[in-house]
Design a protein around this ligand. Structure first.
Ligand code: ZN
Length: 137
């Protein structure tokens, strides 16, 4: 790997750079909510707009298609999780509770998820640079 600060090659996993002496922070751990394999977020090719994600979840939520917002975010696993939750939520709440609540839940959750997704995209981009962009930060 390369030092993020001076760009010189150093031993993989080093805690500090042997050339410039700066501490190299490990990758930030993913938030706990998404740490299980099944709910793990995947990094899509590019960043996602949290507002678009939120709006999709909210608007489509009213026509029972709120989970589609997760496809926009590139998270098929969450699309299926949401579909399953919906299948149970509607009958359990006599349609009314889930119908009113879910658009707001999707709007909030997809907004937050877009931010997490963008962090992942940035982390992948930083990794691809191999630290050669050192000094630009
Ligand atoms: Zn260095």
């Amino acid at each position: 790997m390369y030092c993020r600060f001076c760009g010189r090659e150093i031993e993989e996993g080093s805690g500090a750079c042997i050339y410039c002496g700066r501490a190299l922070m490990p990758e930030p751990p993913p938030s706990r909510m998404y740490s299980r394999d099944f709910t793990k977020l995947k990094a899509p090719a590019e960043g996602k707009n949290p507002k678009v994600a939120s709006l999709l979840g909210f608007l489509l939520g009213w026509i029972l298609l709120g989970p589609v917002g997760y496809i926009y975010l590139g998270q098929w696993n969450w699309f299926w999780i949401a579909i399953v939750i919906q299948i149970f939520a509607y009958p359990l709440t006599a349609f009314i509770g889930a119908y009113i609540l879910l658009p707001f839940v999707y709007a909030f959750h997809q907004y937050e998820m877009a931010k997490e997704v963008n962090k992942l995209v940035k982390a992948v981009e930083a990794g691809n640079d191999g630290g050669r962009k050192a000094g630009q930060e």
